[in-house]
Design a protein around this ligand. Structure first.
Ligand SMILES: NC(=O)c1ccc[n+]([C@@H]2O[C@H](COP(=O)([O-])OP(=O)(O)OC[C@H]3O[C@@H](n4cnc5c(N)ncnc54)[C@H](O)[C@@H]3O)[C@@H](O)[C@H]2O)c1
Length: 242
Protein backbone atom coordinates (compact mmCIF):
# COMPACT_ATOMS: atom_id res chain seq x y z
CA UNK A 1 0.00 0.00 0.00
CA UNK A 2 2.78 2.37 -0.96
CA UNK A 3 0.23 4.79 -2.36
CA UNK A 4 -0.85 5.74 1.18
CA UNK A 5 2.45 7.41 2.10
CA UNK A 6 2.04 11.15 2.64
CA UNK A 7 -1.76 11.03 2.73
CA UNK A 8 -3.84 12.70 5.45
CA UNK A 9 -6.65 10.95 7.30
CA UNK A 10 -9.44 11.76 9.74
CA UNK A 11 -10.38 8.86 12.05
CA UNK A 12 -13.37 9.05 14.41
CA UNK A 13 -13.57 6.88 17.49
CA UNK A 14 -9.77 7.01 17.43
CA UNK A 15 -9.44 6.15 21.12
CA UNK A 16 -11.51 2.96 20.83
CA UNK A 17 -10.47 -0.58 19.99
CA UNK A 18 -10.79 -0.55 16.20
CA UNK A 19 -10.10 3.19 15.92
CA UNK A 20 -6.76 2.98 17.73
CA UNK A 21 -5.71 0.06 15.49
CA UNK A 22 -6.70 2.08 12.39
CA UNK A 23 -4.64 5.05 13.59
CA UNK A 24 -1.58 2.82 14.17
CA UNK A 25 -1.98 1.03 10.83
CA UNK A 26 -2.34 4.28 8.89
CA UNK A 27 0.68 5.81 10.61
CA UNK A 28 2.73 2.68 9.85
CA UNK A 29 2.02 3.38 6.15
CA UNK A 30 3.19 7.00 6.46
CA UNK A 31 -0.26 8.59 6.77
CA UNK A 32 -0.73 11.67 9.00
CA UNK A 33 -3.81 11.24 11.17
CA UNK A 34 -6.26 13.69 12.72
CA UNK A 35 -7.80 11.75 15.59
CA UNK A 36 -11.34 12.47 16.75
CA UNK A 37 -12.89 11.14 19.95
CA UNK A 38 -14.14 12.47 23.26
CA UNK A 39 -10.91 11.73 25.17
CA UNK A 40 -7.72 11.63 23.10
CA UNK A 41 -5.23 11.69 25.98
CA UNK A 42 -4.00 8.15 25.16
CA UNK A 43 -3.92 8.62 21.36
CA UNK A 44 -0.70 9.50 19.51
CA UNK A 45 -1.71 11.38 16.37
CA UNK A 46 -0.53 14.25 14.19
CA UNK A 47 -3.63 16.25 15.19
CA UNK A 48 -6.16 15.92 18.00
CA UNK A 49 -9.76 17.01 17.39
CA UNK A 50 -11.60 16.14 20.61
CA UNK A 51 -15.36 16.50 20.85
CA UNK A 52 -18.77 14.90 21.09
CA UNK A 53 -20.22 13.59 17.81
CA UNK A 54 -23.73 14.17 19.16
CA UNK A 55 -23.07 17.91 18.73
CA UNK A 56 -24.02 18.68 15.12
CA UNK A 57 -21.61 21.62 14.78
CA UNK A 58 -18.67 19.43 15.87
CA UNK A 59 -19.49 16.67 13.36
CA UNK A 60 -20.19 19.19 10.59
CA UNK A 61 -16.85 20.90 11.23
CA UNK A 62 -14.60 17.84 11.58
CA UNK A 63 -13.53 17.44 7.92
CA UNK A 64 -12.56 21.11 7.57
CA UNK A 65 -10.81 21.04 10.95
CA UNK A 66 -8.84 17.93 9.93
CA UNK A 67 -7.92 19.46 6.57
CA UNK A 68 -6.74 22.65 8.26
CA UNK A 69 -4.78 20.80 10.94
CA UNK A 70 -3.03 18.38 8.54
CA UNK A 71 -2.73 20.63 5.48
CA UNK A 72 -4.94 18.33 3.40
CA UNK A 73 -7.44 15.49 3.64
CA UNK A 74 -7.55 12.28 1.57
CA UNK A 75 -9.09 9.61 3.81
CA UNK A 76 -11.94 9.59 6.31
CA UNK A 77 -12.70 6.61 8.54
CA UNK A 78 -16.13 6.94 10.18
CA UNK A 79 -15.48 4.41 12.91
CA UNK A 80 -17.02 5.83 16.12
CA UNK A 81 -20.02 3.86 17.27
CA UNK A 82 -22.12 2.89 20.27
CA UNK A 83 -24.09 -0.26 21.00
CA UNK A 84 -27.35 -0.33 22.90
CA UNK A 85 -28.95 -3.62 23.79
CA UNK A 86 -32.51 -4.87 23.86
CA UNK A 87 -35.59 -5.32 21.71
CA UNK A 88 -37.61 -2.18 20.89
CA UNK A 89 -39.91 -2.50 23.90
CA UNK A 90 -36.83 -2.18 26.13
CA UNK A 91 -35.28 0.70 24.17
CA UNK A 92 -35.46 4.12 25.83
CA UNK A 93 -35.68 7.47 24.05
CA UNK A 94 -32.13 8.11 25.27
CA UNK A 95 -30.88 4.84 23.68
CA UNK A 96 -32.59 5.77 20.41
CA UNK A 97 -31.13 9.31 20.34
CA UNK A 98 -27.64 8.06 21.23
CA UNK A 99 -27.61 5.25 18.66
CA UNK A 100 -29.07 7.26 15.81
CA UNK A 101 -26.93 10.28 16.70
CA UNK A 102 -23.55 8.54 16.84
CA UNK A 103 -24.03 5.66 14.39
CA UNK A 104 -26.04 7.40 11.63
CA UNK A 105 -26.31 11.16 11.98
CA UNK A 106 -22.63 11.85 12.75
CA UNK A 107 -21.22 9.90 9.77
CA UNK A 108 -23.93 11.48 7.57
CA UNK A 109 -22.85 14.95 8.71
CA UNK A 110 -19.15 14.15 8.29
CA UNK A 111 -19.63 12.71 4.79
CA UNK A 112 -21.84 15.63 3.73
CA UNK A 113 -19.25 18.14 4.92
CA UNK A 114 -16.32 16.18 3.51
CA UNK A 115 -17.47 15.54 -0.04
CA UNK A 116 -16.94 19.13 -1.25
CA UNK A 117 -13.51 19.17 0.40
CA UNK A 118 -12.15 15.90 -1.04
CA UNK A 119 -10.14 15.71 -4.26
CA UNK A 120 -10.39 12.85 -6.79
CA UNK A 121 -8.56 9.82 -5.41
CA UNK A 122 -9.93 10.33 -1.90
CA UNK A 123 -11.68 7.60 0.06
CA UNK A 124 -14.22 7.35 2.87
CA UNK A 125 -14.53 4.11 4.85
CA UNK A 126 -17.53 3.67 7.14
CA UNK A 127 -17.76 1.02 9.84
CA UNK A 128 -21.03 -0.91 9.59
CA UNK A 129 -21.56 -4.39 11.09
CA UNK A 130 -22.56 -7.89 10.02
CA UNK A 131 -25.45 -7.32 12.45
CA UNK A 132 -26.71 -4.55 10.18
CA UNK A 133 -26.78 -6.87 7.18
CA UNK A 134 -28.51 -9.77 8.94
CA UNK A 135 -30.07 -8.94 12.31
CA UNK A 136 -28.72 -10.46 15.49
CA UNK A 137 -31.13 -11.00 18.38
CA UNK A 138 -31.85 -8.44 21.09
CA UNK A 139 -30.12 -5.40 19.59
CA UNK A 140 -32.88 -3.94 17.42
CA UNK A 141 -31.83 -0.30 17.30
CA UNK A 142 -28.09 -1.07 16.97
CA UNK A 143 -28.80 -3.40 14.03
CA UNK A 144 -31.05 -0.77 12.45
CA UNK A 145 -28.36 1.91 12.70
CA UNK A 146 -25.77 -0.38 11.12
CA UNK A 147 -28.20 -1.27 8.32
CA UNK A 148 -28.70 2.45 7.78
CA UNK A 149 -24.98 3.25 7.53
CA UNK A 150 -24.54 0.30 5.16
CA UNK A 151 -27.35 1.61 2.95
CA UNK A 152 -26.04 5.18 3.10
CA UNK A 153 -22.62 3.88 2.07
CA UNK A 154 -24.08 2.06 -0.95
CA UNK A 155 -25.97 5.20 -2.00
CA UNK A 156 -23.03 7.56 -1.49
CA UNK A 157 -20.67 5.12 -3.17
CA UNK A 158 -22.68 5.46 -6.37
CA UNK A 159 -23.63 9.13 -6.07
CA UNK A 160 -20.09 10.44 -5.59
CA UNK A 161 -18.01 8.04 -7.66
CA UNK A 162 -18.08 10.52 -10.56
CA UNK A 163 -16.07 12.89 -8.36
CA UNK A 164 -13.35 10.26 -7.96
CA UNK A 165 -14.31 9.83 -4.30
CA UNK A 166 -14.70 6.18 -3.28
CA UNK A 167 -17.03 5.45 -0.37
CA UNK A 168 -17.14 1.92 1.07
CA UNK A 169 -17.79 0.19 4.36
CA UNK A 170 -16.40 -2.63 6.40
CA UNK A 171 -18.83 -4.90 8.27
CA UNK A 172 -17.16 -6.75 11.15
CA UNK A 173 -18.71 -9.52 13.19
CA UNK A 174 -17.47 -9.80 16.81
CA UNK A 175 -14.23 -7.89 17.56
CA UNK A 176 -12.18 -7.98 20.77
CA UNK A 177 -12.57 -4.32 21.77
CA UNK A 178 -13.81 -2.34 24.80
CA UNK A 179 -17.29 -2.26 23.17
CA UNK A 180 -17.56 -6.05 23.30
CA UNK A 181 -15.66 -6.55 26.56
CA UNK A 182 -17.58 -3.96 28.60
CA UNK A 183 -20.79 -5.66 27.43
CA UNK A 184 -19.55 -8.94 28.95
CA UNK A 185 -18.55 -7.19 32.19
CA UNK A 186 -22.00 -5.53 32.45
CA UNK A 187 -23.60 -8.96 32.15
CA UNK A 188 -21.35 -10.38 34.91
CA UNK A 189 -18.93 -12.41 32.73
CA UNK A 190 -15.14 -12.43 32.85
CA UNK A 191 -14.23 -10.80 29.50
CA UNK A 192 -11.17 -13.00 28.75
CA UNK A 193 -13.15 -16.20 29.35
CA UNK A 194 -16.13 -14.88 27.38
CA UNK A 195 -13.94 -13.83 24.43
CA UNK A 196 -12.28 -17.28 24.40
CA UNK A 197 -15.68 -19.02 24.53
CA UNK A 198 -17.06 -16.80 21.77
CA UNK A 199 -14.00 -17.61 19.67
CA UNK A 200 -15.04 -21.28 19.64
CA UNK A 201 -18.20 -20.28 17.72
CA UNK A 202 -16.15 -18.78 14.88
CA UNK A 203 -15.03 -21.13 12.07
CA UNK A 204 -11.56 -19.51 12.05
CA UNK A 205 -11.31 -20.35 15.77
CA UNK A 206 -11.22 -16.86 17.32
CA UNK A 207 -13.11 -13.59 17.23
CA UNK A 208 -11.47 -10.71 15.35
CA UNK A 209 -8.75 -8.56 16.84
CA UNK A 210 -8.96 -4.82 16.00
CA UNK A 211 -6.00 -5.19 13.60
CA UNK A 212 -7.98 -7.72 11.51
CA UNK A 213 -10.52 -4.98 10.81
CA UNK A 214 -7.97 -2.15 10.48
CA UNK A 215 -6.15 -4.00 7.69
CA UNK A 216 -9.35 -4.22 5.63
CA UNK A 217 -10.11 -0.55 6.29
CA UNK A 218 -6.62 0.31 5.01
CA UNK A 219 -7.21 -1.78 1.91
CA UNK A 220 -10.48 0.07 1.21
CA UNK A 221 -8.74 3.42 1.74
CA UNK A 222 -5.86 2.49 -0.56
CA UNK A 223 -5.42 2.42 -4.29
CA UNK A 224 -5.60 -1.38 -4.14
CA UNK A 225 -9.39 -0.83 -3.87
CA UNK A 226 -9.39 1.76 -6.66
CA UNK A 227 -12.42 0.28 -8.47
CA UNK A 228 -14.58 -0.28 -5.34
CA UNK A 229 -17.49 2.12 -4.69
CA UNK A 230 -20.39 1.44 -2.34
CA UNK A 231 -19.11 -1.99 -1.28
CA UNK A 232 -19.87 -3.49 2.12
CA UNK A 233 -17.00 -5.83 2.96
CA UNK A 234 -17.83 -8.42 5.62
CA UNK A 235 -14.97 -9.43 7.90
CA UNK A 236 -16.39 -12.30 9.91
CA UNK A 237 -13.96 -15.24 10.24
CA UNK A 238 -16.57 -17.36 8.49
CA UNK A 239 -19.19 -16.87 11.21
CA UNK A 240 -22.76 -16.16 10.11
CA UNK A 241 -25.14 -14.00 12.16
CA UNK A 242 -27.79 -16.24 13.72
N1 LIG B 1 -16.52 -4.63 18.63
C1 LIG B 1 -17.33 -5.28 17.81
O1 LIG B 1 -17.63 -6.48 18.04
C2 LIG B 1 -17.90 -4.60 16.60
C3 LIG B 1 -18.57 -5.39 15.64
C4 LIG B 1 -19.09 -4.80 14.50
C5 LIG B 1 -18.98 -3.42 14.33
N2 LIG B 1 -18.32 -2.67 15.28
C6 LIG B 1 -18.25 -1.23 15.05
O2 LIG B 1 -16.90 -0.83 15.05
C7 LIG B 1 -16.81 0.55 15.44
C8 LIG B 1 -15.75 0.70 16.50
O3 LIG B 1 -16.17 -0.05 17.63
P1 LIG B 1 -15.19 -0.61 18.75
O4 LIG B 1 -15.55 -2.03 18.95
O5 LIG B 1 -13.78 -0.23 18.48
O6 LIG B 1 -15.79 0.18 20.00
P2 LIG B 1 -15.09 1.06 21.14
O7 LIG B 1 -16.18 1.29 22.13
O8 LIG B 1 -13.83 0.45 21.57
O9 LIG B 1 -14.75 2.42 20.36
C9 LIG B 1 -15.75 3.32 19.93
C10 LIG B 1 -15.19 4.72 20.07
O10 LIG B 1 -16.20 5.65 19.62
C11 LIG B 1 -16.18 6.76 20.49
N3 LIG B 1 -17.47 7.46 20.56
C12 LIG B 1 -18.65 6.91 20.93
N4 LIG B 1 -19.57 7.88 21.04
C13 LIG B 1 -18.96 9.06 20.73
C14 LIG B 1 -19.38 10.41 20.68
N5 LIG B 1 -20.64 10.76 20.99
N6 LIG B 1 -18.49 11.35 20.33
C15 LIG B 1 -17.20 11.02 20.02
N7 LIG B 1 -16.74 9.76 20.06
C16 LIG B 1 -17.61 8.79 20.42
C17 LIG B 1 -15.87 6.17 21.86
O11 LIG B 1 -15.37 7.16 22.76
C18 LIG B 1 -14.88 5.07 21.53
O12 LIG B 1 -13.52 5.49 21.68
C19 LIG B 1 -18.22 0.95 15.88
O13 LIG B 1 -18.86 1.67 14.85
C20 LIG B 1 -18.89 -0.38 16.12
O14 LIG B 1 -20.29 -0.30 16.00
C21 LIG B 1 -17.79 -3.23 16.39
Amino acid sequence: MNDLRGKKALVTGAAGGIGAAVVRALQAQGVAVAAADRDLSAVKAEAHLPGNLLEPAYADGLPAAAKAALGGLDIIVNNAGVITRGPVDETSDADWDLSVGVNIEAPFRICRAAIPLLAPGSAIVNVASCWGLRPGPGHAVYCMTKAAIASLTQCMGMDHAHLGIRINAVAPNEVNTPMLRTGFVRRGFDPDTAVAELGKTVPLGRIAEPEDIADVILFLASDAARYMCGAIVEVNGGKPVK
